[in-house]
Design a binder for this molecule. Sequence first.
Ligand SMILES: Nc1ncnc2c1ncn2[C@@H]1O[C@H](COP(=O)(O)OP(=O)(O)OP(=O)(O)O)[C@@H](O)[C@H]1O
Ligand SMILES: [Mg+2]
Length: 213
Amino acid sequence: MTLAVQQLRFAYPRGGEELFSGLSHDFATGALTAITGPSGRGKSTLLYMLGLLLTPTEGHVLLDGTPVSAASDRVRAELRARRIGFVFQDSELDPTRKVIDSVLEPALYAGWSRAERLADARDLLTAFGLGNRAEHRPGQVSGGQAQRLAVCRALLNRPSVMLADEPTGNLDHGNATLVLDALVEAAHARGSTVVIATHDPFVLSRVDEVIDL
Ligand SMILES: Nc1ncnc2c1ncn2[C@@H]1O[C@H](COP(=O)(O)OP(=O)(O)OP(=O)(O)O)[C@@H](O)[C@H]1O
Ligand SMILES: [Mg+2]
Protein backbone atom coordinates (compact mmCIF):
# COMPACT_ATOMS: atom_id res chain seq x y z
CA MET A 1 0.00 0.00 0.00
CA THR A 2 1.46 3.38 -0.93
CA LEU A 3 1.55 6.17 1.62
CA ALA A 4 2.17 9.81 0.74
CA VAL A 5 1.67 13.32 2.06
CA GLN A 6 1.08 16.36 -0.14
CA GLN A 7 1.50 20.02 0.80
CA LEU A 8 1.11 19.15 4.47
CA ARG A 9 0.59 21.82 7.13
CA PHE A 10 -0.73 21.47 10.63
CA ALA A 11 -1.29 23.76 13.60
CA TYR A 12 -2.80 22.68 16.90
CA PRO A 13 -5.82 24.85 17.85
CA ARG A 14 -5.41 28.01 19.92
CA GLY A 15 -2.29 29.47 18.46
CA GLY A 16 -0.08 26.43 17.94
CA GLU A 17 2.80 27.18 15.57
CA GLU A 18 2.48 25.90 12.02
CA LEU A 19 4.25 22.61 11.44
CA PHE A 20 5.65 20.90 8.30
CA SER A 21 5.62 24.00 6.01
CA GLY A 22 3.96 22.25 3.09
CA LEU A 23 5.78 18.90 3.28
CA SER A 24 5.27 16.55 0.31
CA HIS A 25 6.72 13.05 0.41
CA ASP A 26 6.10 9.54 -0.96
CA PHE A 27 6.96 6.95 1.68
CA ALA A 28 8.67 4.00 0.02
CA THR A 29 6.64 0.77 0.16
CA GLY A 30 8.52 -2.16 1.65
CA ALA A 31 11.02 0.19 3.23
CA LEU A 32 11.71 1.95 6.53
CA THR A 33 11.63 5.72 6.74
CA ALA A 34 12.79 7.55 9.86
CA ILE A 35 11.42 10.93 10.88
CA THR A 36 13.97 12.80 12.92
CA GLY A 37 14.55 16.34 14.11
CA PRO A 38 14.57 18.33 17.37
CA SER A 39 11.99 17.83 20.10
CA GLY A 40 8.79 19.74 19.34
CA ARG A 41 9.33 19.81 15.58
CA GLY A 42 6.26 17.61 15.00
CA LYS A 43 7.53 14.02 14.63
CA SER A 44 4.70 12.55 16.73
CA THR A 45 2.17 14.89 15.13
CA LEU A 46 3.22 13.73 11.65
CA LEU A 47 2.72 10.10 12.70
CA TYR A 48 -0.75 10.98 14.08
CA MET A 49 -1.61 12.44 10.69
CA LEU A 50 -0.22 9.42 8.80
CA GLY A 51 -2.26 7.25 11.17
CA LEU A 52 -5.41 9.28 10.40
CA LEU A 53 -5.79 10.27 14.05
CA LEU A 54 -5.37 13.99 13.27
CA THR A 55 -6.54 15.83 10.15
CA PRO A 56 -4.10 18.21 8.46
CA THR A 57 -4.90 21.91 8.51
CA GLU A 58 -3.87 21.97 4.85
CA GLY A 59 -2.82 19.27 2.40
CA HIS A 60 -3.50 15.56 2.31
CA VAL A 61 -2.47 12.11 3.44
CA LEU A 62 -2.89 9.63 0.57
CA LEU A 63 -3.24 5.85 0.80
CA ASP A 64 -2.89 4.10 -2.56
CA GLY A 65 -3.19 7.52 -4.18
CA THR A 66 -6.53 8.36 -2.54
CA PRO A 67 -6.72 11.34 -0.17
CA VAL A 68 -8.02 9.86 3.07
CA SER A 69 -7.11 12.43 5.71
CA ALA A 70 -10.48 14.21 5.38
CA ALA A 71 -12.57 11.03 4.96
CA SER A 72 -15.42 10.34 7.38
CA ASP A 73 -14.69 9.09 10.90
CA ARG A 74 -16.06 5.69 9.90
CA VAL A 75 -13.80 5.33 6.85
CA ARG A 76 -10.72 6.46 8.77
CA ALA A 77 -11.51 4.11 11.67
CA GLU A 78 -11.88 1.24 9.22
CA LEU A 79 -8.54 2.03 7.54
CA ARG A 80 -6.86 2.31 10.94
CA ALA A 81 -8.28 -1.03 12.06
CA ARG A 82 -7.39 -2.97 8.92
CA ARG A 83 -4.36 -1.32 7.36
CA ILE A 84 -2.43 0.65 9.98
CA GLY A 85 -0.43 -0.45 13.03
CA PHE A 86 0.58 2.23 15.54
CA VAL A 87 3.18 2.07 18.33
CA PHE A 88 2.64 5.15 20.47
CA GLN A 89 5.50 7.08 22.08
CA ASP A 90 4.27 6.42 25.61
CA SER A 91 2.84 2.93 24.87
CA GLU A 92 -0.67 4.02 25.93
CA LEU A 93 -2.14 0.74 27.09
CA ASP A 94 -5.34 0.01 28.96
CA PRO A 95 -4.20 -0.75 32.54
CA THR A 96 -7.26 -2.92 33.20
CA ARG A 97 -6.67 -5.31 30.31
CA LYS A 98 -4.34 -8.29 30.44
CA VAL A 99 -1.21 -8.15 28.27
CA ILE A 100 -2.54 -10.88 25.97
CA ASP A 101 -5.82 -8.98 25.48
CA SER A 102 -3.97 -5.74 24.74
CA VAL A 103 -2.13 -7.55 21.96
CA LEU A 104 -5.37 -9.04 20.63
CA GLU A 105 -7.42 -5.84 20.71
CA PRO A 106 -6.51 -4.54 17.20
CA ALA A 107 -7.38 -7.96 15.73
CA LEU A 108 -10.85 -7.71 17.28
CA TYR A 109 -11.28 -4.22 15.75
CA ALA A 110 -10.33 -5.73 12.39
CA GLY A 111 -13.08 -8.36 12.68
CA TRP A 112 -11.21 -11.43 13.96
CA SER A 113 -12.40 -13.46 16.93
CA ARG A 114 -10.19 -13.83 19.99
CA ALA A 115 -9.90 -17.58 19.43
CA GLU A 116 -8.76 -17.14 15.82
CA ARG A 117 -5.74 -15.03 16.78
CA LEU A 118 -4.88 -16.19 20.29
CA ALA A 119 -2.08 -18.52 19.16
CA ASP A 120 -0.52 -15.80 16.94
CA ALA A 121 -0.67 -13.31 19.81
CA ARG A 122 1.05 -15.77 22.15
CA ASP A 123 3.72 -16.50 19.53
CA LEU A 124 4.44 -12.79 19.14
CA LEU A 125 4.72 -12.28 22.91
CA THR A 126 7.10 -15.24 23.10
CA ALA A 127 9.20 -13.89 20.22
CA PHE A 128 9.55 -10.61 22.14
CA GLY A 129 10.46 -12.29 25.42
CA LEU A 130 7.06 -11.64 26.99
CA GLY A 131 5.63 -15.16 26.88
CA ASN A 132 5.46 -15.33 30.67
CA ARG A 133 3.77 -11.92 30.96
CA ALA A 134 0.60 -12.76 28.96
CA GLU A 135 -1.69 -12.84 32.00
CA HIS A 136 -0.22 -9.73 33.67
CA ARG A 137 -1.72 -6.22 33.43
CA PRO A 138 0.30 -3.46 31.70
CA GLY A 139 0.81 -1.78 35.09
CA GLN A 140 2.69 -4.88 36.22
CA VAL A 141 5.35 -4.83 33.49
CA SER A 142 8.39 -2.60 33.07
CA GLY A 143 8.56 0.34 30.67
CA GLY A 144 10.66 -1.63 28.22
CA GLN A 145 8.31 -4.60 28.41
CA ALA A 146 5.33 -2.30 27.82
CA GLN A 147 7.07 -0.95 24.74
CA ARG A 148 7.70 -4.43 23.36
CA LEU A 149 4.05 -5.24 24.13
CA ALA A 150 2.98 -2.19 22.12
CA VAL A 151 5.07 -3.45 19.19
CA CYS A 152 3.45 -6.92 19.38
CA ARG A 153 0.06 -5.24 19.36
CA ALA A 154 0.86 -3.26 16.24
CA LEU A 155 2.38 -6.27 14.43
CA LEU A 156 -0.44 -8.77 15.03
CA ASN A 157 -2.59 -7.66 12.09
CA ARG A 158 0.42 -7.49 9.74
CA PRO A 159 -0.64 -3.98 8.74
CA SER A 160 0.31 -2.47 5.37
CA VAL A 161 1.47 0.66 7.19
CA MET A 162 3.40 0.48 10.49
CA LEU A 163 3.90 3.73 12.41
CA ALA A 164 6.21 3.68 15.42
CA ASP A 165 6.93 6.63 17.69
CA GLU A 166 10.35 6.30 19.41
CA PRO A 167 9.90 2.51 19.60
CA THR A 168 13.37 1.95 21.06
CA GLY A 169 13.20 4.85 23.53
CA ASN A 170 13.04 2.72 26.71
CA LEU A 171 15.00 -0.26 25.48
CA ASP A 172 18.48 -1.63 26.05
CA HIS A 173 20.50 -2.55 22.98
CA GLY A 174 19.35 -6.19 22.89
CA ASN A 175 15.68 -5.31 23.03
CA ALA A 176 16.11 -2.38 20.66
CA THR A 177 17.61 -4.83 18.18
CA LEU A 178 14.65 -7.21 18.64
CA VAL A 179 12.16 -4.42 17.96
CA LEU A 180 14.05 -3.01 15.03
CA ASP A 181 14.54 -6.47 13.47
CA ALA A 182 10.75 -6.95 13.62
CA LEU A 183 10.16 -3.61 11.89
CA VAL A 184 12.82 -4.36 9.26
CA GLU A 185 11.18 -7.73 8.62
CA ALA A 186 7.73 -6.12 8.34
CA ALA A 187 9.11 -3.82 5.65
CA HIS A 188 11.64 -5.90 3.75
CA ALA A 189 10.03 -9.37 4.00
CA ARG A 190 6.34 -8.48 4.10
CA GLY A 191 6.26 -5.25 2.13
CA SER A 192 4.87 -2.98 4.85
CA THR A 193 5.52 0.73 4.68
CA VAL A 194 7.24 1.47 7.99
CA VAL A 195 7.65 4.98 9.39
CA ILE A 196 9.57 5.52 12.64
CA ALA A 197 9.91 8.76 14.60
CA THR A 198 13.26 8.56 16.34
CA HIS A 199 16.42 10.21 17.63
CA ASP A 200 18.18 6.90 18.09
CA PRO A 201 21.38 6.66 15.98
CA PHE A 202 21.05 2.87 16.02
CA VAL A 203 17.61 3.13 14.37
CA LEU A 204 18.82 5.80 11.94
CA SER A 205 21.66 3.50 10.89
CA ARG A 206 19.22 0.77 9.83
CA VAL A 207 16.46 2.64 7.96
CA ASP A 208 16.30 3.13 4.19
CA GLU A 209 15.45 6.82 4.23
CA VAL A 210 15.48 9.73 6.71
CA ILE A 211 13.21 12.80 6.79
CA ASP A 212 14.75 15.53 8.94
CA LEU A 213 11.98 17.87 10.15
N1 LIG B 1 -2.25 18.24 21.95
C1 LIG B 1 -1.50 19.32 21.68
N2 LIG B 1 -2.04 20.56 21.76
C2 LIG B 1 -1.32 21.66 21.45
N3 LIG B 1 -0.01 21.63 21.07
C3 LIG B 1 0.57 20.42 20.98
C4 LIG B 1 -0.13 19.20 21.29
N4 LIG B 1 0.72 18.17 21.10
C5 LIG B 1 1.90 18.70 20.71
N5 LIG B 1 1.81 20.04 20.64
C6 LIG B 1 2.89 20.96 20.20
O1 LIG B 1 3.14 20.71 18.81
C7 LIG B 1 4.53 20.70 18.56
C8 LIG B 1 4.96 19.35 17.99
O2 LIG B 1 4.81 18.34 18.99
P1 LIG B 1 5.22 16.83 18.74
O3 LIG B 1 4.82 16.07 19.94
O4 LIG B 1 4.67 16.40 17.44
O5 LIG B 1 6.81 16.95 18.62
P2 LIG B 1 7.95 15.83 18.54
O6 LIG B 1 8.84 16.21 17.41
O7 LIG B 1 7.31 14.48 18.51
O8 LIG B 1 8.73 16.02 19.91
P3 LIG B 1 9.50 14.94 20.86
O9 LIG B 1 10.82 14.65 20.19
O10 LIG B 1 9.68 15.66 22.14
O11 LIG B 1 8.63 13.72 20.98
C9 LIG B 1 5.21 21.07 19.88
O12 LIG B 1 5.46 22.46 19.86
C10 LIG B 1 4.18 20.70 20.92
O13 LIG B 1 4.29 21.52 22.05
MG1 LIG C 1 7.27 12.88 19.84
